[in-house]
Design a protein. Structure first.
Length: 109
C-alpha cells in the first residue's frame, strides 16, 4: 500500500509497541500521521519519546470526532476496545483497518 501523502490515524499508541510500530512505519512511508489514545500524555510519555523526531501528531487523553473525519485510513490497534466512531471495514470515515496488518501490501482486506 502506498501511504505517501495519505492521512493515517493510529487509534491506540499504547505502551506495548504495536501502535508505535504502526505510527513509525506510516510516517517513514510518507503518510501524514496522527495518533489518538485515551491514556494521558504522562502515561504515554515513553511511547511518545520513542517516536521523537518523526512527523507524528499526538492527540492524547481522548478520541476526537474530527480526527476520524480527517483520516483516510484508521488503524485500530489490538488493545483498543471498540469505539462509537470506529467501524471495521469501509464506513462513515473512510477505510478503517484493524491492527498493523492493514499496512502490509498484498493482503486481502
Amino acid at each position: 500500500m502506498d501511504l505517501r501523502g495519505k492521512r493515517v490515524l493510529v487509534m491506540g499508541l499504547g505502551l506495548q509497541g504495536s501502535g508505535m510500530a504502526s505510527a513509525r512505519y506510516a510516517a517513514l512511508q510518507g503518510a501524514q500521521v496522527r495518533v489518538t489514545d485515551m491514556k494521558s500524555p504522562e502515561v504515554l510519555a515513553p511511547s511518545v519519546e520513542a517516536l521523537a523526531g518523526l512527523p507524528i501528531e499526538f492527540i492524547l487523553g481522548q478520541h476526537r470526532d474530527e480526527d476520524f473525519r480527517w483520516a483516510e485510513i484508521v488503524i485500530r490497534n489490538p488493545g483498543v476496545p471498540g469505539h462509537p466512531l470506529y467501524s471495521p471495514g469501509p464506513g462513515t470515515w473512510g477505510p478503517h483497518r484493524d491492527g498493523d496488518r492493514a499496512l502490509l501490501p498484498g493482503l486481502s482486506w
